[in-house]
Design a protein around this ligand. Structure first.
Ligand SMILES: *[C@@H]1O[C@H](CO)[C@@H](O)[C@H](O)[C@H]1NC(C)=O
Ligand SMILES: *[C@@H]1O[C@H](CO)[C@@H](O)[C@H](O)[C@H]1NC(C)=O
Ligand SMILES: *[C@@H]1O[C@H](CO)[C@@H](O)[C@H](O)[C@H]1NC(C)=O
Length: 592
């Protein structure tokens, strides 16, 4: 960036101000083209330098010939005028040779060639607009990244608040006093004295220590003059005065500056208290002022990061949500769960029992336990679209694995009708989300045995999978196990979403309702009746296929919860509700 910037400035001097609209600053590709344009200019310049050197050589030769004559023949004690040859040559030199040297047009011809070469390239060179655009680009970086101008000038990217390079350029370059002067001038011309003060200050500082060079646009005096006026405009009159006084040391005859000094002195005498009170430079207001701070903050920091979803497997559907909890949340959850930790149990027949194949301690965390639990529930809903508020889901279960802690292959959903899950009337487990609350140095992956993959522990991530197919049957591919922890303290948190609620909008998710009926326990009398009912409506062409899906869904749902005749009529009623009132189809349907 910086080297290109210097390039623009060199060209600006050679280029007469051109108001045609430049566009070079709008893309880095054009900046690359400018690099090759300058290479060509360098080639032209070296030819010019060679010709000029040759010309000077010729002049020097003439000079040494004439001086040696004066050291020699005209120094003789004998009268040189007596030598007619010497006399002739003297007359000829004075009349002709000096004339030719003094009036030589060679210098003009050389510069003319250079200028013509330059003019031929002019269309491919940056315009004034480009120079201004590049200067604005630097000021934009300064503002948006809150850059310290003095460091930027030295080629370092440092924030005002933090004097450490947040980015190091591989090829570093610095800005000269004249570079800073031009940036300041762009701001100054727009009456943006906030930026002009900062950049002219750098220009003055750098000009003070260096010699003027022919390619420069500004001088120390120019910079002092502009800086003093910028300070005056921002209300810093005492500083405007001292800068103007410094300027007078370099340019004592400048009447305008003398006049300014008098004016500043007068102002200071009149109004001392007001001007000395803490002035702070204010950035000019942009068009997008309302969102500017937020925008700049987000350019400097990442803000609140989206949760990244990594699809681990499509069959079964297993995804990992990265950065699901923050470090602090994880710590809090561990802390809140600590007092409630008990040896983990497993479903065993109709009861729950501890088992060798599950070595861990666990605790249930209710929403009321801590606000973080409620926040996590909301987040789970956000990423999965599932209502996980109890009673539609189980409480969060925090698990801490012990030495060689593990959980041998198992399903999270119930695979038999006698499972205690059903006695709780919660329905089967649709999905599981497992949140990793700590890092584990070695071991502790979750292995999906039939699907043939395992997912290592990713701290603060959450692993999610569907236990059931869309038709409600258990997905055998979800057979999984918690691998033993080799080194580390594995903390996890589970949440199981149960089948508990049917909404009319959810019914379209049922893909193959017929399969449910045929594969379920068809000996149940309720199923028999409903099955007949479906066949009947299915064959009635006046009904669309869509309408009976909710019925099947509810039937299937009910199968899992044990059929009860009394509920049958209730169910039918709900079905009618689901089918008919269109305006209310999004209302949820609670069955139990
Ligand atoms: C005036 O500007 C100088 C140099 O930037 C600064 O040190 C001083 O604090 C300013 N004075 C006021 C009153 O802001
Ligand atoms: C599981 O995947 C691994 C790695 O791709 C492969 O070598 C192995 O044969 C697979 N096992 C089964 C049972 O498919
Ligand atoms: C189909 O359903 C409609 C609406 O209830 C009913 O009037 C009609 O009799 C049925 N048709 C047959 C063939 O069952």
């Amino acid at each position: 960036m910086c080297s290109c910037f210097t390039l623009f400035i060199v060209l600006y001097l050679l280029n007469m101000p051109d108001e045609s609209f430049g566009e070079m600053f709008t893309s880095m590709l054009s900046v690359n083209q400018a690099v090759s344009a300058e290479r060509k200019l360098i080639d032209h310049l070296i030819i010019y330098i060679e010709h000029e050197a040759q010309r000077l050589e010729d002049i020097k030769r003439f000079f040494s010939r004439v001086t040696s004559l004066h050291d020699g023949i005209y120094n003789e004690p004998s009268d040189p005028i007596a030598n007619p040859i010497a006399a002739f040559k003297l007359v000829k030199r004075l009349k002709s040779e000096w004339l030719n040297v003094v009036h030589s047009t060679e210098a003009e011809e050389n510069i003319k060639v250079l200028r013509e070469d330059y003019r031929r390239m002019e269309s491919s060179l940056p315009k004034l607009e480009d120079l201004r655009g590049a200067a604005h680009g630097l000021m934009r970086l300064q503002d948006v990244y809150n850059l310290h101008v003095e460091s930027l000038v030295r080629g370092h990217f440092q924030q005002i608040s933090d004097p450490v390079d947040f980015y190091k350029l591989s090829v570093s370059d610095m800005l000269s006093g004249d570079d800073c002067f031009l940036v300041g001038k762009v701001a100054y011309d727009l009456e943006d004295y906030y930026h002009s003060v900062l950049w002219f200050e750098e220009a003055v500082r750098l000009f003070r220590g260096t010699e003027w060079s022919p390619e420069n646009e500004g001088t120390l005096e120019d910079a002092l003059d502009h800086l003093a006026f910028s300070h005056f405009k921002t209300g810093n009159i005492s500083h405007a005065l001292s800068l103007s006084r410094e300027l007078l040391l370099h340019d004592p005859m400048n009447r305008r500056v003398h006049f300014n000094v008098e004016k500043y002195e007068k102002l200071l005498n009149e109004n001392l208290p007001a001007t000395s009170s803490g002035l702070t430079l204010k950035r000019p207001d942009g068009i997008y002022l309302r969102t500017r701070n937020a925008y700049e903050q987000l350019c400097q920091t990442k803000g609140s990061q989206p949760i990244r979803r990594e699809i681990i497997s499509l069959q079964p559907y297993v995804v990992l949500f990265h950065g699901f909890v923050t470090q602090a949340e994880a710590k809090n959850i561990r802390k809140y769960a600590m007092p409630g930790l008990r040896r983990s149990v497993v479903a065993s027949g109709m009861n729950q029992a501890t088992a060798e194949y599950r070595i861990s301690k666990s605790a249930w965390l209710k929403e009321s336990a801590h606000e973080v639990v409620g926040k996590l529930d909301q987040r789970i809903t956000l990423v999965t679209g599932l209502n996980v508020q109890p009673p539609y889901a189980e409480y969060l279960q925090v698990v801490n694995y012990g030495i060689g802690g593990h959980y041998e292959p198992h399903f999270d959903h119930a695979t038999s009708d006698s499972s205690p899950l059903y006695r709780l009337k919660t329905g089967n487990r649709v999905a599981t989300i497992m949140i990793y609350l700590s890092p584990v140095q070695a071991g502790g992956s979750t292995a999906f045995i039939y699907a043939n993959f395992s997912v290592p522990v990713v701290q603060n991530a959450a692993l999610f999978w569907w236990n059931l197919h869309k038709n409600g049957q258990g997905n055998v591919d979800t057979l999984h196990a918690g691998c033993p922890v080799i080194v580390g303290n594995k903390w996890g948190m589970f949440k199981n979403k149960n089948f508990h609620k049917v909404t009319c909008t959810a019914v379209t998710n049922i893909v193959h309702p017929k399969i449910i009926i045929l594969s379920s326990s068809t000996h149940s009398p309720l199923v028999q009746i409903l099955f007949k009912f479906f066949s009947y409506v299915q064959h009635n062409r006046t009904y669309t296929e869509e309408w009976w899906k909710p019925l099947l869904y509810i039937l299937y749902f009910d199968l899992y919860n044990g059929c009860q005749w009394l509920l049958f009529f209730n169910i039918l009623q709900k079905i009618l509700f689901c089918l008919h009132p269109k305006k209310e189809t999004h209302k949820s349907l609670e069955l139990f």
